[in-house]
Unconditional design. Sequence first.
Length: 673
Amino acid sequence: MDVQAQRPPLLEVKRNFELKTTLVKASSRLPLPGTRLKRGPDQMEDALEPAKKRTRGLGAVTKIDRARPRGALSTVSQTQGPAAAPKGPKKTGLRGCTTVGPVLKNQKPAPAVPAQKPGTSAAPMVVGKRPGKRPAWDLKGQLCDISEELRRYREKTQKLDQENHGLQEQLKEAQEQAEALGTERNTLKGELASVRTQAEQSQQKLDNLCVRVLELEECLGTKDRLIQELQREQLELQEERKALATRLEEQERRLQASEAALSSSEAELACLRQRTAAQATSLAEQADRLHGLEMERRRLHNQLQELKGNIRVFCRVRPVLAGEPTPSPGFLLFPHGPAGPSDPPTRLSLSRSDDRRSTLTGAPAPTTRHDFSFDRVFPPGSKQEEVFEEISMLVQSALDGYPVCIFAYGQTGSGKTFTMEGGPGGDPQLEGLIPRALRHLFSVAQEMTGQGWAYSFVASYVEIYNETVRDLLATGARKGQGSECEIRRAGPGSEELTVTNARYVPVSCEKEVEALLQLARQNRAVARTAQNERSSRSHSVFQLQISGEHAARGLQCGAPLNLVDLAGSERLDPGLTLGPGERDRLRETQAINSSLSTLGLVIMALSNKESHVPYRNSKLTYLLQNSLGGSAKMLMFVNISPLEENVSESLNSLRFASKVNQCVIGTAQANKK
Ligand code: ADP
Ligand code: MG
């Protein structure tokens, strides 16, 4: 914006101010600088005095008086001062005095009275035409004239006196006025000074205002730019607002559509809620039913197990290994069941030639057939998976709260460890019962969480060698050697048994179990070097304590699953003469036989419902006390070597197993709380 264009109003203000100042000055009755009265009131009187004197003495005054009417003194006063002013309003007279100066100055001076000749009477010349001159002789006439003239003069004098008197009064008045004017002038001077000060201040203010105006103009310039920018911004904002309004409309349309969809969804939701509620009710009913069914399943499962027998015996014959002599055909036979080849084999027939009779008679050795019947017989080709399938139901009984004990019985090399832990090389196909059973338990426990059951598992693995218990899960300094452990009750009055110094490791997945089995193998390997063939002469007991809880129904169940790889059941050949180093071996064998026969005796005592069960006669039966007997389920694998050379031991094992198989132990009860 042009700053100059803005100025005029402000300059106008300034000019007005100056004009006002001038008017103030002009309206003041004081003379302006340079037009100041040259005489004060006192001087005015002085100025009047000569006029008076002149009036008395000069004929010109008389002439004027005569020529003009009375009161024309005001005209005289114009030339001679305030004293000659006519009587009238005082103010006018006074004003006349103040304005005299400039008028006198500007007016042309009155024509000068011609100079008077010395020694001549001025009166006849000034007064006018005289009557014709009387002859010198006419003295009387002259006297008359003179008397006449004298009279006129007297009259004139009288008039002049009166006039003089009036003038004096006027003078007095004028003096008073002059005094008043002096006072007024002083007052006005003061006022003037204050007005000047004010004017200066105003000027100062004006200057400041000018500066301020400039600043404001500058500011205004900035503001103009700002305004322009703001206008631009405003335009942009307007555009934006338009765009937003369009978007808003769009959104509103969409919102309306959404609201419509929402209301329909809400209706649908309400409908779904109703259905959900109905389903929740039905779900709860079904959960109840499921729980009832689960309980029924457990009951039936248990009943089935009972029908199968709480103590069962499976016979497993290992295959002939590479490098081993092939047994004669018909040495081991596996007759079909009544249903034919599809029927799982339960019988085994073993032929034994009577060598002693043949040497005596010289005839071919007669063979004696020994038939055995078990709950199930696994011929040499049976797979690990097949074997596990048969026991998986039994393993599940442990989850239902029934203590389970699975033994592998047989001579050394008959395949007990293979059955329990698995084959060498970590081949999953060759995995034994322990890893398979645990995997099965973890999986079923996981499924049971859906029904509100929560399970936990704690594993331990001990070895009973020569009636001493050692921890197979020992680590660190105790690794391999294993400090001696004792079997103790878990607490005063507690039925539960625990092994002191043994590790109880919580497990929840296969990997953890595999790590424990690996650790046990290492510990056994170390022990084997320290003592020859120790592993075959010791019992390995893998115990898994299972605890289940159904928090919602306040149910708890817990039972141990025992997987026992028994020591070799072989006996010392009574015909052998023992060397000094074999005395220890004899003792070991006796211990093994003792503990195995104690196991047999315990089973018999339980079967016969004897009042005393000799659990304490061996560490093994003592440790398994809670898993043998009334509330427990037991399965014994009798592992048989396919070799003819092992026929004697095989027969012994089969006879022992048969005895066990004939046992019927009382109704099992789940450990439920
Ligand atoms: P034990 O533990 O009774 O002394 P092992 O389990 O150590 O006997 O078995 C002896 C040998 O026979 C091992 O080399 C093992 O791999 C092998 N073996 C045992 N049972 C089987 C089987 N069912 N299939 C293949 N090999 C087997
Ligand atoms: Mg073994």
